[in-house]
Design a protein around this ligand. Structure first.
Ligand SMILES: O=C[C@H](O)[C@H](O)[C@H](O)COP(=O)(O)O
Length: 285
């Protein structure tokens, strides 16, 4: 009976249909899988390309800044913090007179960069003035005011910048927005005395900012502690016109317990911006 059923043309037609449907289904599934894999790989390639571009522009900016500004009479050099300054330290470490140079760091990372590049480490206690200092920035406006402190190093960075006869910013094209708070939307970093954080949060809110203590998560439960044992508060004031940055900075500085702000107002003489097309723009005030 079963054998007779199997021999029926209708049964054969049915079997052929089942086979074809499952074949079509498998092919469809395979094509969809390939498409999604391809999309993921293209996205990864695109991201990698973008990361390479940013890295190249950082290096370009840093090398140009050192090549054009470090003079033979510059013996005491400030080395800032962050990922762009890595290339500054590298370039300074390639100078033929490097044994005559003393480098002043702006924090722990910066100290390591100086040591790793075979440069001599100095301190502000030994050298009250610095011939030239190079540092990165989180954002730069049309007057070369900057937001700094994304890596929580702003206090020592400002000490070094303030002691330098020449202060040069190095950054990639994403930082050059013309107005502070445009692309750096996390807020201006403020270094505050731990005991004062709650009072300062209240004062910043009254000033119109959205402030919060920077968390150390996921690496550390609790707040980020700076190299100087303080807290960082990030306060978003939205976009601040270049002409208004000083006034806002003065108001924040007047709050007792604020050690320093990440607004670097009128400190930089030049900014070297590495562009995506492989060129470097030099901004001057
Ligand atoms: O505290 C960190 C410093 O202000 C850095 O210079 C700033 O965050 C820029 O860093 P990067 O060169 O990694 O963008």
């Amino acid at each position: 009976m079963i054998l007779q059923l199997l021999k029926l043309p209708a049964t054969k037609r049915f079997a052929r249909k089942v086979l074809k449907t499952s074949f079509d289904y498998s092919v469809n599934f395979f094509v969809k899988y390939l498409k999604s894999e391809l999309k993921t790989e293209l996205l990864q390639l695109e991201r990698q390309k973008m990361a390479d571009l940013i890295e190249k522009s950082k290096k370009l900016a840093a090398y140009s800044a050192v090549d054009e500004n470090l003079k033979p009479n510059h013996k005491v050099i400030g080395i800032g913090s962050g990922s762009t300054v890595v290339y500054v330290a590298e370039r300074v470490g390639q100078q033929s007179n490097k044994s005559e140079l003393v480098c002043i760091p702006t924090g722990f990372q910066s100290k390591q960069l100086i040591i790793d590049n075979g440069l001599k480490l100095g301190s502000l206690e030994e050298f009250a003035s610095i011939d030239i200092a190079f540092d990165g920035a989180d954002e730069v406006d049309s007057q070369l005011n900057c937001i700094k402190g994304g890596g929580a190093c702003l206090l020592q960075e400002k000490l070094v910048a303030d002691s330098a006869d020449n202060f040069i910013i190095v950054a990639d094209y994403r930082k050059n927005t013309g107005i502070l708070g445009k692309s750096w939307t996390k807020g201006v970093p403020l270094e505050v005395v731990p005991a004062a954080y709650n009072k300062i949060l209240k004062q910043l809110t009254e000033l119109g900012g959205k402030a919060q203590v920077r968390s150390g998560l996921p690496a550390k439960a609790g707040p980020v502690i700076t190299d100087n044992g303080n807290f960082i508060i990030d306060c978003d004031f939205s976009q601040v016109e270049a002409s208004k940055v000083k006034e806002l900075n003065d108001k924040i500085k007047a709050m007792v317990g604020v050690v320093e702000t990440g607004y670097f107002v009128g400190m930089a003489q030049k900014a070297y911006i590495g562009n995506a097309d492989g060129t470097v723009s030099t901004l001057k005030v």
